[in-house]
Design a protein around this ligand. Sequence first.
Ligand code: PMP
Length: 445
Amino acid sequence: MNDTPAGRINREQQPLASFDESKRCIASASRFLPGGVSSNFRLGMIPTPLVIERADGPFLFDVDGNRLIDYYLGMGPMILGHNPEPIRRAVITQLERGLLYGAQSRLEAQVAELFHTIVPCAEKLRFTSSGSEAVQAALRLARAETGRNAVIKFEGHYHGWFDNVLVSVQATPDNAGDPVRPNRNPGSAGQDATAWGNVEVLGWNDLAAVEARLAVGDVAAVIMEPMMCNAGGILPGDGYLQGVREACTRNGTVLIFDEVVTGFRVAAGGAQQLFGVTPDIATFGKCLANGFPVAAVAGRADLLDRFVSGGAVHGGTYNAQPVSMAAALVTLQTLCDGRVIDAIAPLGRRLMTGIASHLTDAGIPAVVSGLPQIFNVSFGLTQPARNYRDLMQVDRLRYVRFCGEMLKRRVRALERGAWFLSATHDEAAIHETLAVIAEAAQEVK
Ligand code: PMP
């Protein structure tokens, strides 16, 4: 499948990569696309946002002719690697049957049934086209169910780019405020303050803070990443998820796990399966269709049925678009028994251990934390972070330089510290990556 297997490259014979053609394309595209990109999260890459020509397995091939080992994986979705043949085949078959019906397909019901058998909370579900939309649907259901307005979210947790949730995602020491009751910081210019007026922010992994706030009895929903992935690979503390689950049940609050990253990645049934705690509602996206724009809101049947008999509205022209559903069906059929996800684990662990050891050799203090399918490298920490405040110690600038050095050596990892693995990252890719990391660490020590 991969025309230039990782193992065959002799790295020493390769000059450092240049990205001049990407730079030229971005400059040209910037005439019509602000910043030359279509998402703010693709801006600001060093030395440039990349322009990619094709992708295959664990590799991206850019317009400069570089073959890059990819740990971005489309920001997470490509758990089966780039361009897997079974998905391609299913999509081509569906393409011949039409693109969008404005009606239902048998496919979407099949995907929903399979989803239900895999994900513990998913008595019922609805499809959306993005994780951000799934989050909005979840919050609407929670407010419809409880008749309350207040929503609790956690510092550093990301739930999409919409006005009511882009709050305290990237707080800084200057604006974060008290760790127990953090300030609410909007993440964008132009955000409607009334939209986040009912959203309150707490520090994560602090059960007492959640219990105290929920006891007031006026909170519609608690929403969280059940493993903190967007701002650092932080696992829930012992008993934390269970404790929040119980506090929500006691106080009539809807518990929402945002599994857009963790779903179908940390276990077939997501973090809720891995940690054994079932939320009332969960949101999914990313790995659900291995690169196609499919997301979902899933949960208790009585809650999801509010879309039919409870007056709650949910729409979307492209929801359950048949071509995307064909991709989702094959993806879930491949992931459902957990074997693909389990097979990633030993290689992911090897990579985590190898990174930690090369950084130690270079004398760079760092913590590698999380799970082998999605982990985080935090420069500047000497022990694992427990919450967002701990992550404020991270040496971000040095890590960005480190990523730049890796990229010159044709390994692409997220500048914010996250590493995503796919089923196509084999021994050779990991071996080559670790050789690059050793060199990059020496460059920034
Ligand atoms: N929730 C989480 C936890 C996410 O990581 C993301 C995207 N990174 C979203 C929601 C939003 O998903 P999307 O980008 O598909 O709108």
